[in-house]
Design a protein around this ligand. Structure first.
Ligand SMILES: Nc1ncnc2c1ncn2[C@@H]1O[C@H](COP(=O)(O)OP(=O)(O)OP(=O)(O)O)[C@@H](O)[C@H]1O
Ligand SMILES: [Mg+2]
Length: 370
């Protein structure tokens, strides 16, 4: 059993930089929580505070209900896996994995048993006599994982453990860590700036920006119900399109410099939100080259000059500029559109978001569900 509770945690570095601003969330026993956000937003700082490697300036950190603000790292029963695996180069794989247990004076038969078990679990059982220099990046990362596993900690912390690996190995290790989470039944907090990793691995995702937690939610909830424009733009690839929007006439809206027709007029739900300074958010997959077939869907139709066409096989991405904003549509791969040509696009207004242009807060997300 290991539950981690962050209560209004702050970190101010000695130089006065306020890196974490009131982090407040709970990680349930055996939950896999992913902490995601752009570079410099405070992810590593927060993880190091949980591990006890960084002091807490304000707030309370609890593990299983106990305040551990002042507990030394080794008394927190936490294992941390870093991006640079930091294996000892002069020791072989077995010794690297056994090191932490030996320091704790564990009997050597138990050390052998635990290392053997972890090595099998991670598929490095044949490599126990090799030195780190004789391993691939993926194998080294497995050894670093093994070193954490053998300790059987209450909580695992990962800080971008896959970012040194190539794309294929990253995908492989991603599924492996998810599997490991189920096998070990452990509580895990995983930091990444890769939103695909976040979406695929996390039971829940914590989105951070400039030291502040923006939203804590399941992957699909983040995707469908982003709390603000930052989260909406961060989650999803390619990212959501944002356009300043005004209702100009009953059957017409302006999307920045573009005028769009809305056949049948604006849906009541959208009309109700009429106010200055609105930003409309539409995901690339809700822009089509054909009228939306969804029953009851209302489309905004407009014409753009496509700059770039990216055929990806399973889908084709179309990019264009309007004013100084770049937009993208994800369309059917059978579409025949050339760069430089005009394309008529249909934006499904039944799947969109409205943001307050000033605060960035989400005003409404459609479709609305109870
Ligand atoms: N010891 C320190 N003293 C002062 N400022 C620091 C210190 N360590 C980190 N910072 C600053 O705190 C902020 C958060 O850093 P942190 O390493 O937590 O970011 P991160 O989200 O992990 O970024 P990345 O994705 O690049 O690893 C950054 O602006 C960083 O420059
Ligand atoms: Mg970091």
């Amino acid at each position: 059993m290991a539950q981690v509770a962050l209560e209004n945690l702050h970190k101010t570095y000695p130089n006065g930089f306020h890196a974490v601003r009131g982090a407040d969330f709970e990680v349930a026993d055996r939950e896999f929580v992913v902490l995601v956000g752009p570079s410099g937003c405070g992810k590593t700082t927060l993880l190091r505070m949980i591990a006890g490697l960084e002091t807490i300036s304000e707030g309370t950190l609890r593990i299983d209900g106990q305040c551990v603000n002042d507990a030394a790292p080794r008394d927190r029963d936490i294992a941390m896996v870093f991006q640079n695996y930091a294996l000892y180069p002069h020791m072989n794989v077995f010794e690297n994995m056994a090191m932490g247990l030996r320091i704790r004076k564990m009997p050597s038969a138990e050390v052998r048993r635990r290392v053997g078990e972890a090595a099998e679990l991670l598929g490095v059982g044949d490599l126990l006599n090799r030195r780190p220099a004789q391993l691939s990046g993926g194998q080294r990362q497995r050894v670093a994982l093994g070193r954490a596993i053998v300790r059987r900690p209450k909580v695992f912390l990962f800080d971008e453990p896959l970012s040194n690996l190539d794309a294929k190995m990253r995908v492989e290790m991603r599924t492996e860590i998810s599997r490991l989470h189920r096998r070990l039944d452990a509580t895990m907090i995983y930091v990444t700036h890769d939103q695909t990793e976040a979406m695929t691995m996390g039971d829940r995702i914590v989105v951070m920006h400039e030291g502040q937690i923006q939203q804590v939610a399941s992957p699909l909830e983040l995707y469908n119900r982003p709390r603000n424009r930052f989260v909406a733009g961060f989650v999803g690839s390619p990212a959501m399109n944002f356009w300043p929007v005004r209702w100009t006439a009953d059957e017409e809206i302006s999307l920045g410099p573009i005028t769009a027709r809305v056949e049948g007029g604006l849906p009541e739900s959208l009309r109700a939100e009429d106010r200055p300074d609105l930003v409309l958010g539409i995901r690339p997959e809700d822009l089509h080259l054909e009228r939306c077939s969804e029953p009851g869907a209302r489309c905004a139709t407009f014409s753009v000059e496509v700059d770039v066409v990216e055929p990806l096989g399973s889908e084709t991405l179309l990019y264009w500029h309007s004013g100084d904003c770049e937009s993208v549509a994800r369309v059917d791969p059978s579409a025949r559109v050339e760069a430089g040509a005009q394309a008529e696009l249909f934006a499904n207004l039944s799947h969109c978001h409205l943001f307050d242009g000033r605060s960035g807060e989400t005003l409404v997300s459609w479709p609305q569900v109870d």
